[in-house]
Design a protein around this ligand. Structure first.
Ligand SMILES: Cc1cc2nc3c(=O)[nH]c(=O)nc-3n(C[C@H](O)[C@H](O)[C@H](O)COP(=O)(O)O)c2cc1C
Length: 208
């Protein structure tokens, strides 16, 4: 099949939430939710924190599989533990995924980002990879977190004028955080509407 990540809804420069499957030297399979930045039709970037099994496996094998799914169960179970062996296909993809692609590593780069919201001094590796194979099991689009934040911001927007004090401060903080995330990972349309919501909140006199 033609390798073009836009076939699974991936836009260049945007980040998507996926489940990466990988294996170690002994063939033990692993699955974990990991963000994928699309950097071209057949190129991706990952930023993976040191200490994860996924990173160790990718460093040792120089290859991995990116699974596209909208299953809350697969995301949750692969984060809270490892997935049962029977959920993996022989080619390392997840049997129930909507689509998957195989990647070969081109380069590893050390990355230390002091402003990371999760870790004060996050130590991670940026992995640049080439997509070598793409399989689409059903019509799908990779999951992007932006739209969820847009909907949440709109819901909060409709409550802004109804609240005061601490609760208003709480909504303002949530909007600022949603705005930051959408600008980082959202699609062009998500970013555009978040600017619109911000402008409207400012016009209403809210200190955004
Ligand atoms: C939706 C989602 C996206 C994630 N993206 C990343 C990521 O891009 N990089 C990373 O290092 N961890 C990410 N994580 C956290 C890893 O999944 C988590 O550290 C996991 O325990 C790693 O598992 P492993 O040790 O089996 O590789 C993400 C978690 C979730 C729920």
């Amino acid at each position: 099949m033609e390798i073009d990540l836009s076939l699974i809804g991936m836009e260049r420069g945007r980040q998507y939430e996926t489940i990466i499957t990988s294996q170690n030297d002994e063939g033990i399979k692993n699955a974990a939710p990991i963000g994928v930045l699309c950097s071209g039709r057949d190129m991706i970037l990952n930023r993976i924190f040191k200490g994860s099994q996924t990173l160790d496996n990718i460093i040792s094998q120089k290859e991995f599989t990116v699974n596209i799914t909208h299953s809350p169960e697969l995301f949750t179970d692969s984060l809270l533990g490892n997935l049962d062996d029977k959920l993996f296909s022989d080619d390392l993809s997840l049997k129930d995924c909507d689509a998957y692609f195989k990647c070969e590593v081109i380069s590893f780069t050390e990355a230390v980002k002091r402003s990371d919201p999760v870790r004060n001094k996050g130590e991670a590796i940026i992995i640049k990879s080439k997509v070598t194979d793409l399989k689409i099991n059903k019509d799908t689009a990779a999951f992007n977190r932006g739209f969820g934040y847009v909907i949440e911001s709109l819901t909060n927007f409709s409550r802004f004028d109804l609240v005061e004090g601490e609760l208003k401060e709480f909504y303002i903080k949530r909007f600022r955080e949603s705005y930051r995330i959408v600008n980082k990972v959202g699609t062009k349309q998500d970013i555009k509407v978040m600017h619109k919501i911000k402008k409207e909140l400012k016009a209403k006199g809210h200190d955004i």
